[in-house]
Design a protein around this ligand. Structure first.
Ligand code: GDP
Length: 620
């Protein structure tokens, strides 16, 4: 199924023509009827002589409602450019052509309406104007047909021209990622909330779980309709009405995108290719504000020009759109920017989830042009490199690929060691992916950190995990995945709470071994009140802690492990019998002083063996 969208200046006969073709009055609002003017989008459909059904989106032509025109023109396959024979090309004829050009709508038909009002010589002049105004745009060379919505003249010719054109129009691809940019949301009595829009990039079926982006609300499809007929499943390119369960229509607005849950993330910055239209009355300047229209959404953004301070009419440049509020977009989507109700330019989204870039920085500009033009493999690599590691779904979105295709490509790339996958052996949702160079940076940085640590603390078993995680700046999840692989590849050895390099052994010289034993003897000489004035090297204590020979309960109190275990055992038995124990009880039990008893109990609290209740300890 295809969607045709009208375009053209106000009062040139668009709605009349749609009604003549379909029998449906597309001006559905009362105000539109009263004012005789299209304000918002109108919808109609017809069956072609071939039997094929066709949807029509009728857009307003008035300058004040170009924003509404933009909300409807996104998903169309063919443009029906309407020019009134008595007025010929006017301001919004040009503006709509420029918009269709920016959105790369490259199939169109020109209908010169009101043919009943002019003679054939005049008609020829207007046709020539139409041919001229389309030169250099995506619609150059479109067929021109004379019609009259009033008398019906030329309608049959128009229909057969539409049919011929659609014959060569490719069916929209199913990328397995359905999106419906919502253009209307309303309540129907007996049904509840209904949203409408053109389905792109995938299919939807009754019963499917869906999500609204950017809001993130999840719901289910209760019913589907196309052209007021119930259907069970909708394929890409169809205009559909979707009945949603349990969600008030006020919570959904034009510009939201209805999609399958999980993959489409809202964005607040996009890298784009920006073309300033030649008719623009002014240049686009770095940091200016503009309204961005993409899909059916409209939002304010700051335009950051990445390679110049100003782009003049007719010029193109790389830019970043910093959006005022999040929207959703995928790589390859088209957009238009306007300011003060004037269309300035637009183009293609190259990276829908962009980071802030240095301006005039060659590597960034090169990355963007590769993202736009490169092979699938190059695009995948560039999208990984833009933020390492990248989660699988992020890559699929950034590179605008079908998920199944991305899995295949990433699997091949992994076997060729062009990329490294962590968090699962295979590419798929939840897996994180590094480029080969990104991964070797991680390996090198980890090795350097551990090596420095081992040199500095030769007596310690290894680097504490949590500290390593923060030094590497990773989330716990990614850190866990990365460590698993590093351990598996024998870059690191897991030692419980610490990690070490495989070659690291705690070097204990004869001298050191002697001092260790001396220290242990000193501790044992008075096991429950070990001397605190015998200063042992901090590293010696750490080593003994690592070896499990001593327990450090406070900054200056260290018990031998045997004394510690004995005391913990006794205290536990005591509490078992008595229900609780005080500091004084502990002091008396071991013939020690209050200082030791207190430090020991505090440590046991920290170890979650005991718990303090007033002046007593009880078992946890
Ligand atoms: P739109 O703003 O482009 O949708 O224009 P409309 O369809 O509302 O038409 C504007 C005016 O032109 C209306 O008064 C129509 O009756 C009139 N009109 C539209 N098509 C024709 C036509 O083919 N012949 C004549 N004589 N009038 C027409």
């Amino acid at each position: 199924m295809y969607v045709i969208g009208t375009a053209g200046h106000v009062d040139h006969g668009k709605s009349t023509l749609v009604q003549a073709l379909t029998g449906i009055d597309p001006d559905r609002l009362r105000e539109e009827k009263e004012r005789g003017m299209t304000i918002d989008l109108g919808f109609a459909w017809l069956r072609l002589p071939s039997g094929e059904e066709l949807s029509i989106v009728d857009v307003p032509g008035h300058q004040r409602f170009v924003n509404n025109m933009l909300a409807g023109v996104g998903g169309i396959d063919v443009a029906l450019l309407v020019i009134a024979a008595d007025e010929s090309v006017m301001a919004q004829t040009r503006e709509h052509i420029a918009i269709l050009d920016l959105l790369r709508v490259d199939r169109g038909i020109v209908a010169i309406t009101k043919s009943d009002l002019v003679d054939s010589d005049w008609m020829e002049l207007v046709s020539a104007d139409a041919v001229e105004v389309l030169k250099g745009t995506t619609l150059e060379g479109s067929p021109v047909v004379a019609v009259s919505g009033a008398t019906g003249d030329g309608l049959a010719g128009l229909l057969s021209t539409i049919e011929t054109l659609l014959h060569d129009t490719p069916i929209r691809k199913d990328l397995g990622r359905p999106r419906v940019p919502v253009d209307r949301s309303f309540t129907m009595s007996g049904f509840g909330t209904v949203v409408t829009g053109t389905l792109v990039d995938g299919s939807l079926a009754v019963g499917d779980q869906v999500e609204l982006v950017p809001g993130g609300e999840k719901t289910r499809i209760r019913g589907l309709q196309t052209h007021q007929n119930k259907i069970d499943r909708a394929t890409p390119g169809r205009r559909i009405a979707v009945n949603l369960t349990g969600m008030g229509h006020q919570r959904i607005a034009r510009g939201d995108v209805l999609t399958s849950p999980g993959w489409l993330k809202p964005t607040s910055a996009m890298d784009v290719y920006l073309k300033v239209i030649s008719d623009s009355p002014r240049p686009v300047r770095h940091n200016m504000f503009a309204t961005v229209h993409t899909g059916s959404s409209e939002t304010v953004a700051r335009v950051r020009l990445l390679e110049r301070d100003e782009a003049k009419p007719g010029e193109s440049t790389w830019a970043q759109l910093k959006l005022d509020r999040p929207i959703s977009a995928v790589k390859g989507d088209y957009y238009v920017i306007r300011s003060n109700s004037i269309t300035l330019g637009g183009g293609k989204v190259v990276d829908p989830h962009a980071r802030r870039h240095r301006r005039n920085y060659e590597p960034i500009l090169q990355r963007l042009s590769l993202m736009e033009r490169g092979s699938e493999r190059e695009i995948i690599l560039k999208s990984i490199e833009s933020s390492e590691p990248s989660e699988f779904t992020e890559i699929v979105n950034r590179a605008n690929l079908q998920a199944a295709l991305a899995v295949t490509e990433l699997t091949v790339m992994a076997t060729e060691r062009l990329i490294v996958i962590v968090g699962g052996k295979r590419a798929g949702p939840g897996a994180y992916i590094y480029s080969a160079s990104g991964w070797s940076q991680v390996v090198n940085k980890t090795r350097t950190l551990l090596c420095d640590f081992h040199v500095k603390f030769p007596l310690r078993k290894g680097f504490p995990k949590e500290e390593l995680r923060s030094r590497l700046g990773m989330t716990s999840q990614v850190f866990g995945y990365v460590m698993d692989l590093l351990i598996q590849e024998n870059v690191l050895v897991d030692e419980g709470p610490v990690l070490r390099l495989p070659g690291h052994v705690q070097e204990v010289s004869e001298d050191l071994s002697r001092s260790l034993n001396e220290y242990l003897e000193v501790l044992e000489s008075s096991p429950y009140s070990p001397p605190t004035d015998f200063i042992a090297d901090g590293e010696v204590v750490n080593l003994l802690v690592d070896q499990g020979k001593v327990v450090k309960v406070s900054d200056n109190i260290v018990f031998s492990s045997s004394a510690y275990d004995h005391m913990v055992g006794q205290i536990s038995c005591y509490i078992d019998e008595q229900g609780q124990i005080s500091v004084a009880d502990v002091r008396d039990l071991f013939g020690t002083s209050r200082k030791y008893a207190l430090a020991l109990l505090d440590h046991m609290d920290k170890q979650r063996i005991t718990r303090r209740v007033g002046d007593f300890r009880v078992l946890r």
